[in-house]
Design a protein around this ligand. Structure first.
Ligand SMILES: [Zn+2]
Length: 135
């Protein structure tokens, strides 16, 4: 939209001219009143659309956090989907800390899983040695 006073081009949603500060709404209502009404909601819809686009990422981030907690608290196996979901959330553009937290919990769970596997293998070896010596 062009300012009626100084002819500077301004974004359609702007109420006042960026150059001279003249009221653009007043100038627009005289020339294109209906067009102005169509343009006004646009900046309100844009952030809504962005949050809608981020919903799969947010869902994956939440899933990774849930799996991450389950992986640490309940069973280390859950840390594998936690890492997968965290990676997916980050790829989809998740910006909040949930995906990061899920990833960290997933790594902790994976380390716990590694320790569990190693310690059970050691336990198995110890039992086997004890059994062979007993016989
Ligand atoms: Zn102006």
């Amino acid at each position: 939209m062009y300012c009626p006073r100084c002819q500077t081009q301004n974004p359609d949603y702007q109420k006042y001219c960026s150059s001279c500060g003249c009221d653009l709404q007043q100038g627009a209502s005289a020339s294109s009143g209906t067009q102005q009404q169509q343009y006004t909601p646009q900046p309100q819809y844009q952030p809504y659309d962005q949050s809608y686009q981020n919903q799969p990422a947010d869902g994956a981030a939440t899933m990774s956090l849930v799996f991450g907690i389950l992986g640490v608290v309940l069973c280390a196996i859950f840390s594998i989907p936690a890492l997968v979901q965290a990676k997916k959330a980050i790829r989809l553009g998740s910006t909040d800390g949930k995906a990061k937290a899920g990833q960290i919990l997933g790594i902790i769970g994976a380390v716990l899983l590694g320790i569990y596997v190693v310690s059970s293998l050691i336990g198995l070896v110890v039992v086997l040695i004890a059994a062979s010596q007993g016989l």
